[in-house]
Design a protein around this ligand. Structure first.
Ligand code: SF4
Length: 695
């Protein structure tokens, strides 16, 4: 707490929007926030902020906030307001009834990357220890699950390798499927500063993002590939590195598995993987791919930053491994200025994955089938854990439609709006007998709920978030929860009602338990964060006190780095005469994800609707003019948006954002998904666009 002149005091906390994790001072008058100002000592932002964190916090006290629990026996009935005890007892009784009637595995939970580490940990504990199964998944399933899989397979840990500051020592920056100017603005400023100092930028993206043409930072190359062909381009770049003798031989010999490298080298060296052979697939001229590969390999420091344009594809995991392959092949891991860096969309994607919210992993990415790890948790929690991995989110929907999954605890996630193929998700929820939604607003998913438990915003609770650079920062309560309970207290009440005892008095005790049971979180404590401002995991005995800025310095976490074969496979989603265009999606600066928060703030003045960006040639072919309403149809469904003619798009590719429920972006996305993780293929949907009249 800092004493101020104007406001009465200020409390340091962390932005609840993107994965940059900016530190803020909440300037207070009593329990009212009067201003959010960026914290100059925040390591992730160093006093900078964007329009979301700085101005879009008023949703916390918006009139739409749900402040009383509600229940109903059917989704066709009106809601009935009840007290906390009645709502919790009703939810617990329903889950018990379902398990008694349909079996232990008929229920599950979904946690959110918007929630704190401590809350996510409790939700997965409730599912594993209270429900007795592993049907726990997280919304990271639909964004960065391929990062978790791909980086753990290649490097041995599911996290970015660097701090944001590391970019200040990069000479070449390869940006893939990411648009930091809109989605990670404070990191984008740092990136631009480095580019203005002379670093060279390679952009691999179907869309001509702002950084391609930004003043004084013009990209060296914009590799404008066709959506869905990332793996073809990264493999072609690897082919150039191998065939032109650009490999970092000494690094590979010392740091990587010889056999996996030899297999990979033989694979990428094949003529069919050359830039010339793959040019027709990706649409990227071979000469451009060759130039980009040479520049990347030359470095001397080349860093890769990537976003959901990598992961949200049928080959998302393959592409993450392709990125890791390229970094290892060129020796670009293990020091400042290099590395592989996933830019996380939500504030706590990294943390929610760390906390064991995938159905096959306990906290710290340890497989549920490992009896030693399971034994540690069993001894601490006093339960027997199920060794079988549980259902992923899409499997829960399939099981619901098949009649074997009947109850869901959905914490802080609007799956109806954010998951692909909305009709499919809605049908699955409608088939369940008890859906419990814990959220701050009556969201789209709540339309299918039987119990609504009011959630709390980041201003109403204590806890921690972990940003994209593994930095754990404090979230501090600045005002009491509007509904009387913070999220972690609600989960604790529900767990107790289910017969899973939890008696935490403060989130600090939850973090102490995490640190006790999770080697990668050993050494993390509120006291240390208080003293240092933030810490980066791992921060145990073998590291600097504030943790690890650069991973894999002397050796990879898994020992030797492992190369993987990255065979390009075309997506099942194909253009046809009926659906001749490819739709891809992304974000805009002033809005955030499904817009539940930012739509309820003044940020709406900058962007109040989702639009369809279409190249002028495609628009002209269809008689579409600027601002016309257009109907967009895909194999999954159809929606209507206003047209935005834009040369950011290449002909044949259209683009939209997904911030408004009425625009229905996910009504048209299909349920194709990544082969390894089921991350949806949001970035590639074959569509047709026609001009329509809209009253
Ligand atoms: Fe918040 Fe991200 Fe903006 Fe920082 S860059 S203020 S974390 S939204």
């Amino acid at each position: 707490v800092i004493q101020l002149g104007q406001a009465e005091h200020a409390i340091i906390t962390t932005c609840a929007y993107c994965g940059v994790g900016c530190g803020f001072k909440a300037e207070m008058k009593g329990t009212t926030v009067v201003r959010m100002t960026p914290w100059k000592d925040g390591k992730a932002n160093e006093g900078h902020a964007c329009v979301k964190g700085r101005f879009a916090w008023g949703y916390a006290t918006h009139k739409d906030r749900i402040t009383e629990p509600m229940i109903r026996s059917s989704i066709h009935e009106p809601w009935r307001k009840v007290g906390w005890d009645e709502a919790i007892a009703y939810a617990a009784a329903e889950f018990k009834r379902i398990q008694a009637g349909y079996g232990r595995d008929a229920v599950g939970g979904i946690s959110s990357s918007r929630c704190t580490n401590e809350e996510v940990y409790l939700v997965q504990k409730l599912v594993r220890a209270g429900f007795g199964n592993n049907n726990i998944d997280t919304c990271a399933r639909v964004c960065h699950s391929p990062t978790g899989f791909g980086l753990s397979q290649t490097f041995g840990t599911s996290a970015g390798t660097q701090t944001f500051k590391s970019v200040e020592q990069a000479d070449v920056i390869l940006l893939i499927g990411a648009n930091p100017t809109d989605a990670h603005p404070v990191f984008a400023s740092r990136l631009k500063r480095r580019l203005r100092q002379g670093a060279r930028l390679l952009v691999l993206d179907p869309r001509r993002i702002e950084l391609v043409d930004a003043p004084h930072v013009r990209a060296e190359q914009h590799l404008a590939l066709l959506p869905g062909t990332n793996v073809a381009v990264i493999t072609a770049m690897a082919h150039v590195v191998v065939s032109e003798g650009l490999l970092a031989e000494a690094f590979i010999k010392e740091r990587c598995e010889a056999k996996s490298f030899a297999d990979w080298r033989a694979f990428v060296a094949r003529a069919e993987n050359s830039p010339e052979a793959l040019e027709a697939v990706s649409g990227v001229p071979a000469a451009q791919v060759r130039a980009a590969a040479r520049l990347f390999a030359a470095g001397p420091n080349s860093a890769i930053y990537y976003g959901l344009g990598v992961t949200e594809h049928a080959q998302g995991s393959t592409m993450v491994m392709g990125i890791a392959n390229l970094a290892m092949a060129c020796g670009m891991v293990g020091r400042e200025g290099v590395g592989v860096n996933p830019l996380r969309g939500q504030n706590n994607v990294q943390g929610s994955c760390d906390m064991g919210s995938f159905p096959h992993e306990l906290p710290g990415y340890r497989h549920i089938s490992d009896s030693t790890v399971r034994g540690d948790f069993e001894a601490d929690w006093g339960v027997q854990l199920n060794p079988e991995p549980g259902l992923r989110i899409p499997n829960m929907f399939e099981a619901a439609l098949a009649g074997s999954f009947k109850g869901l605890y959905c914490h802080g996630e609007d799956i109806v709006q954010s998951d692909p193929n909305t009709q499919h998700v809605a049908a699955a929820l409608a088939a369940m007998e008890c859906v419990v939604v814990q959220d701050i607003f009556l969201n789209e998913t709540a339309k299918y709920a039987h119990v609504l438990l009011p959630g709390s915003s980041f201003l109403e609770k204590d806890g921690t978030f972990t940003n994209a650079e593994r930095r754990i920062s404090r979230v501090r309560q600045v005002m009491p929860p509007l509904a009387g309970l913070a999220d972690w207290q609600v989960t604790q009440k529900l767990a107790n009602a289910l017969g899973c005892p939890m008696h935490y008095e403060h989130p600090e005790q939850i973090m102490d338990e995490v640190a006790r049971l999770t080697p990668s979180f050993a050494g993390v404590s509120y006291a240390k964060i208080e003293r240092l401002g933030s810490v980066q995991w791992p921060c145990n005995d073998g590291t600097e006190e504030a943790g690890t800025t650069t991973m894999h310095r002397e050796r990879f976490v898994r020992g030797k780095g492992r190369f993987f074969i990255t065979q390009y496979l075309p997506s099942k989603e194909k253009v046809t005469r009926r659906y001749p265009l490819l739709l891809t999606t992304g974000r805009i600066l002033s809005q955030y994800n499904v817009g539940a928060q930012t739509r309820r703030t003044a940020n709406n003045q900058w962007h109040a609707e989702d639009r369809l960006e279409i190249h002028p040639h495609d628009a002209q072919d269809r008689g579409i003019r600027q601002d016309d309403w257009v109907g967009i149809s895909s194999r999954a469904g159809q929606t209507v948006l206003r047209a935005e003619l834009s040369e950011r798009m290449q002909p044949g590719v259209v683009y939209t954002t997904f911030h408004f429920p009425e625009s229905g972006a996910n009504v048209i996305t299909t349920d194709n998904s990544d082969w390894a993780t089921n991350c949806p293929e949001y970035k590639l949907t074959a569509v047709e666009v026609v001009r329509v009249e809209q009253s």
